[in-house]
Design a protein around this ligand. Structure first.
Ligand SMILES: Cc1cc2nc3c(=O)[nH]c(=O)nc-3n(C[C@H](O)[C@H](O)[C@H](O)COP(=O)(O)O)c2cc1C
Length: 185
């Protein structure tokens, strides 16, 4: 069975991103792929202080394992100041370079308080993932005015957005299943 890692792209306590990531996991399981959630809230920031790139960092290595091992990644990305949260870039900078996203299928969900639903944040992240040779899943979903279209209790309450999200889940699960298995290094 293929595996998907759903990244909640912020360390903000109580974030919508984490609630959405947790909502997505059983939807992926229902499509026959195993799904785990990794929250940037749990990134061991203390180990990165001082810019320890290239050093032995056991906490960060353990944290990033699920993402590296997954057959596919779903990024749930809130918009902060017209971009994605800084913690997400820091996390990516602590992944193995240059191969962490090589041929890795990645799907994107943007969410924001504003009217564009994290479009800017997602497009900037797509640029990074494309640079790192990921396979970008083309169907993206943007949750505008996120608190009025999603809640932990009810899930997605907007019919059109719900259709788009379920279509992305189904399509991305198929996409991951069709990508050839990773070759051992
Ligand atoms: C530091 C910060 C910057 C933000 N900047 C934006 C922004 O540029 N555009 C926007 O629509 N919402 C912005 N927001 C609001 C978020 O979109 C809102 O908190 C939303 O719930 C998604 O973030 P969350 O996953 O942290 O809950 C910002 C929130 C924070 C904490």
């Amino acid at each position: 069975m293929k595996s998907i890692c759903i990244i909640s792209g912020t360390d903000r306590p109580g974030s919508m991103a984490l609630k959405i990531a947790n909502y997505l996991a059983p939807l992926y399981e229902a499509q026959g792929v195993s799904a785990s959630v990794v929250s940037m809230e749990d990134f061991p920031l203390e180990e990165a202080i001082g810019g320890k790139y290239g050093k032995k960092l056991p906490l960060i290595e353990a944290f990033r394992e699920k993402v590296i091992d997954a057959d596919g990644i779903v990024m749930v990305i809130p918009e902060y100041n017209g971009s994605f949260p800084g913690i997400l870039k820091l996390f990516i900078d602590y992944l193995p370079f240059p191969d962490a996203f090589q041929k890795k299928p990645i799907a994107f969900i943007g969410e924001a308080a504003g009217a564009f639903g994290g479009l800017r944040a997602v497009e900037q992240m797509q640029m990074i993932c494309a640079y790192r040779n990921a396979h970008l899943y083309p169907e993206r979903v943007f949750l505008q005015r996120v608190k009025s279209v999603f809640s932990e209790e009810e899930g997605i309450t907007d019919e059109t957005l719900s259709e788009l999200l379920h279509s992305q889940v189904k399509g991305f699960a198929q996409f991951v299943n069709r990508i050839e298995d990773k070759q051992p290094a």
